[in-house]
Write a protein that binds this ligand. Structure first.
Ligand code: ATP
Ligand code: MG
Length: 389
């Protein structure tokens, strides 16, 4: 798929902007703090209905209008897809001066109002940022987020199971506390265990499948980008353990029963702790570089390359499941790579319908200039196309 038109109004530092994008490579050049990351964040938000940075809805609305009568940011795009063209609109209400105004996001898909969860993934995207190294070197939470954002774009059932899972964990935790305080009986748990295990089965099955694809692709890209110097292996580590017992793929019913068994064996400890101790909210996956755990052992450059390989693997996963290309977004990541790795990334991305790349330092990425179909300057929340060098 590719975006052919994007409109932003009162979003971040953009008052009113319309950009017509090209197929192929679109390069955005601008000094610091001009709106390059905001632009890619806007596309990511249209795709996932979530900000790529930790932001409240009010942060997304242009500051100058936050105190106005209608503090609303609007994002809109026109997309050509193999599944039919798409007109996607998101309105974000920053602050409710008027009690009649609901805060939050309103979404329209081809003119029809939709719940945010039904609009996720209508536009598919992969975002590369300089923070991606933390997928490899950081805490499990970031690896779970990597998985969740990838799978929920292509699997509505996954997103629903995640939402249900979170509700069930909360209710189950409060029941566990009441049982510990002898205000409830442990027989009440079995209903919630079933609910929890069913949602978990869907989630863990989807995660295992996605990671199976990611593992192969990430290994391929790591080898290519490092010129055969480094290898990466990616392994799912569900919090309930037990993946080594069998080499054959497990279906969601089997995941559900394994989750139930884990809950049974944890019962006394969970009541003592007053919280759910196993399940998708504690999952992780292991990243090893050259046979050693990537966090403590690998160099920064190796970690960065592995993170890049994971994002490229994500792009190929989305392409495979959708039978269409996601839009690829690279926020300032190429200027920190050496020329060979940069070439390795671009050669792979050449096969995608559309890629948007930002840089503050065009001198360091001259090779991209010549490849770009569209070149733009971003300055103080305005985007203008330029030709020539
Ligand atoms: P860098 O090269 O440093 O990464 P950038 O071009 O990516 O810069 P952005 O992160 O897009 O810059 O931010 C551009 C500007 O947008 C910043 O000055 C920031 O303060 C501003 N900004 C962020 N949110 C809002 C908002 N809600 N209203 C107005 N301006 C905002
Ligand atoms: Mg930026």
């Amino acid at each position: 798929m590719h975006i052919f038109e994007l409109r932003l109004s009162n979003y971040r530092n953009y008052a009113q902007t319309t950009v017509r994008l090209d197929r192929g490579l679109n390069l955005f050049v601008g000094e610091n703090a001009q709106g390059k990351s905001n632009l890619l964040e806007a596309i990511y938000l249209l795709s996932t209905l979530r900000s790529s940075r930790a932001s409240t809805d009010a942060d997304l609305v242009r500051r100058d209008i936050l105190d106005s009568e209608f503090p609303i940011a609007r994002l809109e795009c026109q997309v050509e897809r193999s599944a039919g063209n798409l007109h996607l609109e998101v309105a974000i209400v920053g602050r409710t001066t008027d009690p009649q105004h609901r805060a939050g996001k309103r979404v329209r898909v081809n003119g029809l109002p939709k719940r945010a969860s039904d609009a996720v993934g209508q536009l598919s995207s992969v975002l590369f940022t300089t923070l991606d190294i933390d997928i490899v070197a950081g805490p499990p939470l970031l690896r779970r987020r990597y998985l969740d954002m990838m799978v929920s774009q292509v699997d509505r059932g996954y997103l629903r199971a995640m939402q249900k899972y979170q509700r069930v964990v909360q209710q189950r935790n409060s029941l566990l506390k009441r049982i510990a305080e002898r205000q409830a009986s442990s027989s009440e748990l079995s209903f919630w265990d079933q609910e929890l295990a069913h949602a978990s089965g869907t989630i863990m099955h989807a995660r295992a499948e996605a990671l199976g694809h990611v593992a192969v692709q990430a290994a391929f890209h790591m080898d290519r980008l490092s010129d055969g110097q480094d290898s990466v292996s990616v392994t799912y580590r569900p919090s309930i353990g037990g993946l080594d017992e069998s080499d054959s793929p497990i279906d969601d019913t089997e995941w559900t029963s394994r989750m139930l068994r884990a809950l049974e064996s944890l019962r006394a400890r969970e009541i003592g702790a007053g919280s759910t101790l196993a399940g998708p909210h504690r999952d992780d996956f292991h990243v090893e570089i050259n046979g050693f755990s990537a966090g403590p052992h690998a160099s920064r450059a190796q970690q960065r390359t592995a993170a890049l390989a994971l994002r490229l693997a994500e792009a190929s996963y989305l392409r495979k499941v959708l039978a269409d290309d996601p839009v690829v977004l690279l926020d300032d990541v190429l200027s920190e790579l050496d020329a060979r790795r940069r070439r390795g990334v671009l050669e792979f991305l050449d096969s995608f319908q559309q890629t948007l790349i930002t840089t503050a330092d065009p001198d360091r990425v001259r090779d991209i200039m010549t490849r770009a179909a569209g070149r733009f300057v971003v300055q103080a929340g305005a985007i203008t196309r330029f030709e020539g060098e």
